[in-house]
Design a protein around this ligand. Sequence first.
Ligand SMILES: Nc1ncnc2c1ncn2[C@@H]1O[C@H](COP(=O)(O)OP(=O)(O)OP(=O)(O)O)[C@@H](O)[C@H]1O
Ligand SMILES: [Mg+2]
Length: 224
Amino acid sequence: MTKRFGAREALRGVSFSAERGERLAIIGPNGAGKTTLLSILGGLLEPTDGGVRLPGDAATGWVPQQTAVYRKLSVRENLRLFARLEKVPDPDAAVARALEDTDLTERAGDELGSLSGGNQQRVNIAIGLLADPPVLLLDEPSSALDPRHRLRVWTFLDRKAEAGTTILFATHDLAEAARHADRVLVLADGEVLFTGTPRELETEVGAGTDFESAFVAFLQKRGH
Ligand SMILES: Nc1ncnc2c1ncn2[C@@H]1O[C@H](COP(=O)(O)OP(=O)(O)OP(=O)(O)O)[C@@H](O)[C@H]1O
Ligand SMILES: [Mg+2]
């Protein structure tokens, strides 16, 4: 697909597929087109050219980079609201499950605006999980999380993938991509520079002990 914003080309002929239960990391510099790509997959943006094919009536769940929540409502009220908006069959059960999965049960009654940034991000993730979608799209899900909650969220997401949920996530954390992705898609200036396993990417960029520096050098060599 291609996506243009006026004269700016945010995606230039990006094409890929993902298997059921696969975890695909989308990595690349700021402005590469990661959020644009995930937004199109989530049906929030229309591509200029091309399109997305999902099996059957498969819906996608969306965890945005920026939180879209009501700061004056409690955590539980936010989740209930989104569960109703998404027409989840049993909203109360879905809310309870999402709170449990993100370790937020104890904070359920707190006003959302009073939570720390990382805890608000966990609410954001909980909202994306409400409908238990077969394809989950997460835009930098762990960037604000402390190591314990990052681990908890990933334990949960890895288990989801094992059960057949396809997980696409954008991240700037190469170690996270290496640990939790089956396949990596490197995007720069709207173009796919690489797709393959994290191990293949390490080989491609010539990473020894310092994957991050090697990755930056790889991008530079490719003109980014
Ligand atoms: N609504 C919009 N209107 C105009 N340009 C946009 C819009 N959304 C994105 N862009 C442009 O598209 C390009 C890709 O942006 P995008 O947000 O997808 O990047 P990203 O890879 O998610 O970056 P980051 O790592 O900073 O989150 C950028 O040049 C951006 O300025
Ligand atoms: Mg982004």
